[in-house]
Write a protein that binds this ligand. Structure first.
Ligand code: ZN
Length: 554
């Protein structure tokens, strides 16, 4: 057991050292990283290594955000708590911080959700209520038959079947015939068996999609029929809409938002859903009990970006932006999407404040709201702060999990290689050796906040970690939890973000905005992305144009 000395000072001025047991920590703990060989004699980079790699705060910060505050869905108290915590934390660091209220969102709070199979036998089911879904009436248990969509000959048959659904739970997703990760099938099955299972899976999915589409009201378009079916089931008075959104791994589902305004929509685990579907398809009379507690606020609630800033001493109107979204989905605790990005940028600002408090250019960090519903926070910031876009040297965004940075793409900026290369060359080799610079393109990964800047022609880059296992296991899933955080890599990434911000701030030159023409796989030139309007309220998100259900089902 490690011990430390505590010094007790007595009134006489005499002090003695007594051994005290250190608080035993059972959690993963960071050991200070040894001092590396530095690439340059730059003293700020050396101090950054010490503060970031030897005096890291990422473990404490990540644990509080991910475990204690938890999920940060737009419109929930979890999001609000994370805003307040960031403000307190920056004030503690001595970094000026403010809220940018850019809009509002539907206020929603989730309570307990449980589901059970109650016939033909009993079993607890693994369930998640989709975001912003209503709960069961008065949060009380609702029992109902469970039905799967049958083959329906025509629209009349579809209408007739929908007329039988009042008070029933309706399975609308394709059931999976196997919930093992595909890599397990590839590793363990013979080639012939793997091919057979894959083709059977494809066939089940096709059939289920056809049956689902048959429920769409006349006049639905390919863009809106999914939503139209949900509204039709809602109007038909079903007990609940039951989905599964398996993420191709053991026990992992992606959890998004609901469409139906009056009845609950839930996600069941891959195999629990498959069980209900087999029981229903084989006429074995499955019944389910659902209890779901949720509250929707009478009015929309305010949404914020949290903006912290170190003012530039020489070029205050030129900016380096550190960027990561703060909001998350709610099926788990948003650990890698985007708790780790949040902590990376928060810790980078702490390192900067301690080692480079008076930067040459202004360094701004943006913790964005509502990225998951369409980059709404960052797009609003860009609209509301044209001076930051005009004066932007570079923005660095992180939004894909926890492993160490391995790629920076040039995003189509012709001169990005020169500048990014220079900045990366200031890092110790132990950090820079694993970073691949791809310049001047591609501009392949549109799906995060850097694209709110790029569409304005302002240089924004992603500090990218590996994707594969992130996409399969943690991105938007019910398994995105604290245990997935790789603390040594998080510490590495935060220190790199601080060093890159420092290098970009000190660069004698501005990064030019010249663009190269990038090409699509078909050889056609790719158009530079255009900016979308942020959704500053949730009205259009929840009420996009759609086909109303037939009058008989209202
Ligand atoms: Zn994200």
């Amino acid at each position: 057991m490690p011990t430390r000395s505590a010094s007790i000072r007595f009134a006489l001025g005499l002090s003695i050292a007594i051994p005290v047991l250190a608080t035993p920590s059972l959690a993963q703990s960071l050991i200070p990283a040894p001092t590396p060989t530095f690439a340059t004699s730059d003293t700020v980079i050396r101090r950054m290594w010490r503060v970031g790699m030897q005096e890291s705060k990422v473990e404490t910060l990540a644990q509080v955000l991910i475990d204690s505050i938890g999920p940060r869905l737009s419109g929930t108290s979890g999001f609000q708590s994370s805003v307040e915590w960031l403000e307190r934390t920056y004030r503690g660091f001595g970094v000026p911080v403010r809220r940018h209220q850019y809009g509002t969102w539907r206020g929603w709070q989730q309570g307990a959700t449980s589901a059970e199979l109650i016939g033909p036998r009993h079993q607890n089911l693994e369930v998640e209520l989709l975001a912003w879904s209503p709960g069961t009436p008065r949060s009380q248990p609702v029992d109902g038959d469970v039905v799967a969509i049958p083959a329906l000959a025509d629209t009349a048959a579809a209408s007739a079947w929908i007329g039988t659904l009042r008070g029933k739970f309706v399975l609308i997703s394709a059931p999976e015939i196997m919930c093992r990760a595909p890599q397990e099938l590839a590793r363990n099955a013979s080639r012939a068996v793997a091919v057979q299972i894959d083709s059977q899976r494809a066939q089940v999915r096709r059939l289920a999609a056809d049956r689902f589409r048959a429920l769409a009201p006349a006049g639905s378009t390919p863009q809106n029929f999914t939503r139209a079916v949900h509204l039709r089931l809602d109007s038909a008075g079903v007990a609940g809409i039951v989905t599964t959104n398996w993420s191709n791994g053991w026990g992992v589902n992606k959890i998004f938002g609901a469409t139906a305004p009056r009845v609950p929509t839930v996600d069941l685990s891959c195999e629990d859903y498959g069980l209900l579907h087999r029981l229903a398809s084989n006429n074995q009379g499955p019944r389910m009990r659902l209890t779901a507690d949720s509250r929707t606020a009478p009015a929309e609630v305010p949404m914020f970006n949290v903006i912290a800033e170190l003012k530039g001493r020489e070029l205050p109107n030129e900016y380096v932006v550190l960027s990561a979204h703060l909001d998350s989905w709610h099926g788990a605790t948003g650990a890698t999407d985007n708790g780790t990005g949040t902590i990376t940028m928060l810790e980078a600002m702490r390192i900067l404040k301690e080692t480079y408090p008076n930067p040459r250019r202004t360094i701004v960090v943006g913790h964005w709201g509502s990225e998951e519903q369409g980059l709404n926070g960052s797009r609003s910031f860009v609209e509301d702060h044209p001076q930051v876009i005009d004066g932007l040297q570079a923005a660095f965004n992180q939004d894909n999990g926890t492993w160490r940075f391995e790629t920076i793409e040039g995003q189509g900026f012709a001169k990005s290689g020169e500048h990014l290369g220079r900045w990366i060359s200031m890092l110790p080799a132990v950090m820079s050796d694993s970073i691949k610079l791809q310049v001047p393109g591609p501009q392949a990964n549109a799906g995060s906040d850097h694209s709110a800047f790029i569409c304005k022609g302002a240089p924004a880059f992603r500090l990218q970690s590996p994707y594969d296992e992130y996409r399969q296991y943690t991105w938007h899933t019910n398994r995105d939890t604290y245990d997935k955080v790789v603390l040594p890599d998080l510490r590495n990434n935060a220190t790199i973000a601080a060093m890159m911000a420092y290098a970009a701030s000190e660069d004698p030159e501005r990064l030019p905005r010249d663009k190269v023409t990038l090409y699509l796989p078909n050889g056609q030139p790719r158009a530079w992305p255009t900016c979308s309007t942020p959704q500053r309220t949730s009205t259009s998100y929840f009420n996009p144009p759609t086909t109303p259900p037939p009058p008989d089902e209202r």
